[in-house]
Design a protein around this ligand. Structure first.
Ligand code: 3AM
Length: 178
């Protein structure tokens, strides 16, 4: 059952071994006041689209294939805590150029669809590992980070749905990277 608008984002999936790697790393640290992101929800966001109306969805589906959908390798090897979204994540200071270009053109596409652009002028690739993460702020960067090299084979359009058991990201459409 689809209701509108739909909260959506463009992003990349992790491989099953990568999800397992991060999940094991989270488990070593154990629980606390933070909320670990569930293994099934681990992802790399290209662009947060926000609330899409049906006409915007239709235009998006027409125009995403025009983005530079090139393969890339993005190492993610640094732990960071970002206070404003209050997340603890795995990130990198260097952005793969093909990913950088895709992110910039995705922002232009959002502008064309009259979607609010990102508040941030710089694209920072990251995998959110924990939310409500303020209790991790002091220790987080001193931990030994998981070493990940993301090499996605597709770009996905995700629908972010709230459910009784938490948020669920449903893939609505996928485009292969070439
Ligand atoms: O990729 P991460 O997990 O950091 O927090 C949301 C998640 O980020 C973020 O978009 C990703 C997919 O849901 N998000 C949610 N609301 C947002 C907003 N208003 C947002 N990003 C920017 N602006």
């Amino acid at each position: 059952e689809n209701t509108w608008p739909q909260r959506c984002f463009l992003g990349f999936a992790l491989s099953a071994p990568q999800r397992q790697q991060l999940c094991s790393w989270q488990q070593q640290l154990g629980d606390g006041n933070h909320r670990w992101v569930a293994s099934a929800n681990l992802h790399l966001t290209l662009a947060f689209l926000g609330q899409l109306q049906p006409s915007q969805m239709q235009q998006l589906l027409e125009r995403v294939p025009l983005l530079p959908l090139q393969r890339f390798s993005q190492p993610l090897t640094q732990l960071a805590y970002w206070p404003k979204p209050n997340i603890a994540c795995l990130t990198s200071e260097d952005v793969a150029s093909a990913l950088q270009q895709m992110a910039a053109e995705a922002q232009q596409l959002m502008h064309q669809l009259a979607l609010p652009a990102s508040e941030h002028s710089v694209y920072r690739p990251h995998i959110t590992l924990a939310r409500k993460a303020s209790s991790l702020a002091n220790s987080w960067q001193k931990l030994v980070p998981p070493q990940l090299n993301l090499q996605p084979t597709a770009l996905h359009l995700y629908h972010s749905q709230s459910t009784d058991t938490g948020v669920r990201y449903q893939i609505l459409n996928s485009w292969p990277l070439v």
